[in-house]
Design a binder for this molecule. Structure first.
Ligand SMILES: [Zn+2]
Length: 72
């Protein structure tokens, strides 16, 4: 897995990056209330149906080249 992928939310089970953003109420875990309280976004992995919280940003594949020029 490329380093850049580890900087984005990915499934801890299968490494899938194409996660679905879901409502925090959908995640059933003992610590879910903590994440909800901290307003951490929840994600769902479609292939393995794993639901979890991640503070990492969702990976968005670039379908178009966006050049961010740091011009003064
Ligand atoms: Zn998965």
């Amino acid at each position: 897995m490329p380093l850049s992928h580890s900087l984005h939310a990915h499934c801890p089970i299968c490494g899938n990056l194409a996660l679905q953003r879901i409502s925090p109420e959908c995640v059933e875990s003992l610590s879910a209330w903590v994440w909800r309280f901290l307003r951490i976004p929840a994600f769902r992995c479609v292939p393995c149906r794993h639901k979890y919280f991640s503070i990492l940003p969702l990976y968005e594949p670039r379908d178009r080249e966006v050049e961010v020029a740091s011009g003064d």
